[in-house]
Design a binder for this molecule. Structure first.
Ligand code: NAI
Length: 228
């Protein structure tokens, strides 16, 4: 496939395409038009065509998209057609919740190890994954071909651990700590902040309620004027 620079906005939408196409495959659907996909995903058909055209037009006029082919190609673009070895730093509530979620492995993300500084946690095993002391971090990364690390530690500790990870050869950090990390250009960071997502939800529900309130007030005012 021809190499192209794909915008971040498109990349952000790809996992959703991948999920829908996976569901279609599971239910035995072999091909789908952009219009059908559009009504299922509630995205305009032109947006779908535009997005998928980025990858050399997987669709054919009058035939639609070959679901399996598109699913496989998007998987390749997302890099989930291969295994990614992952470690978790911080084996507290969040770290253990991530470790307990078995579905990441289905997507090729294999959690190789967990690390913490709390002696009470070190040596425990979560879904077959042992919690180790952070002093073993560098050696473990070298021995287990680890490229990715999830940071689920307090924000005050995150920069120092991120530096150690980078020096040990980690190329991708899944950052849950509420701090922006400074990393070299060849290292990528994906920040995940559930509270930011909640704030966006709050904004949306509040603005909807405010709009309804305004509409009601306007209607009441109009009614009062008309009733005079
Ligand atoms: P927690 O207190 O249960 O776990 C944190 C763990 O990190 C503890 O086990 C602690 O011993 C360990 N730790 C501390 N310093 C360390 C170091 N230098 N190296 C290795 N391990 C270290 O806290 P929880 O609830 O699991 O949250 C973890 C972090 O994730 C916090 O910073 C929290 O603010 C953040 N968080 C972020 C969310 C998000 O959406 N981004 C959601 C929930 C929590």
């Amino acid at each position: 496939m021809e190499e192209r620079v794909i915008s971040r906005a498109v990349i952000t939408r790809l996992p959703r395409y991948y999920r829908y196409l996976g569901e279609l495959l599971e239910s035995g659907v072999e091909r789908i038009s952009s219009n059908e996909l559009s009504s299922r995903m509630r995205v305009t058909a032109s947006q779908i065509r535009q997005d998928l055209n980025n990858f050399g037009g997987f669709g054919q006029q009058g035939y639609g998209y070959n679901v399996k082919y598109l699913y496989t190609e998007i998987g390749k673009i997302l890099g989930i057609d291969r295994q990614h070895n992952l470690i978790i730093i911080g084996a507290g509530n969040l770290g253990q919740a991530i470790a307990n979620y078995a579905n990441f492995e289905k997507r090729g993300f294999v959690i190789k190890g967990m690390f913490d500084i709390n002696p009470r946690l070190i040596g425990l095993v979560v879904r077959g994954i042992e919690i180790r002391g952070v002093e073993d971090l560098e050696q473990f990364i070298a021995d287990n071909d680890v490229q990715m690390a999830a940071l689920t530690i307090p924000k005050t500790k995150a920069p120092e651990i991120a530096d150690r990870l980078v020096h040990a050869g980690i190329k991708a950090i899944w950052n849950f700590a509420h701090v922006d990390l400074n990393v070299p250009e060849d290292v990528v960071v994906e920040n995940v902040h559930l509270s930011e997502s909640l704030m966006r939800l709050s904004y949306r529900v509040c603005s909807m309620q405010d709009k309804k309130k305004e509409e009601l007030e306007r209607a009441q005012k109009k009614g009062t004027i008309n009733n005079r």
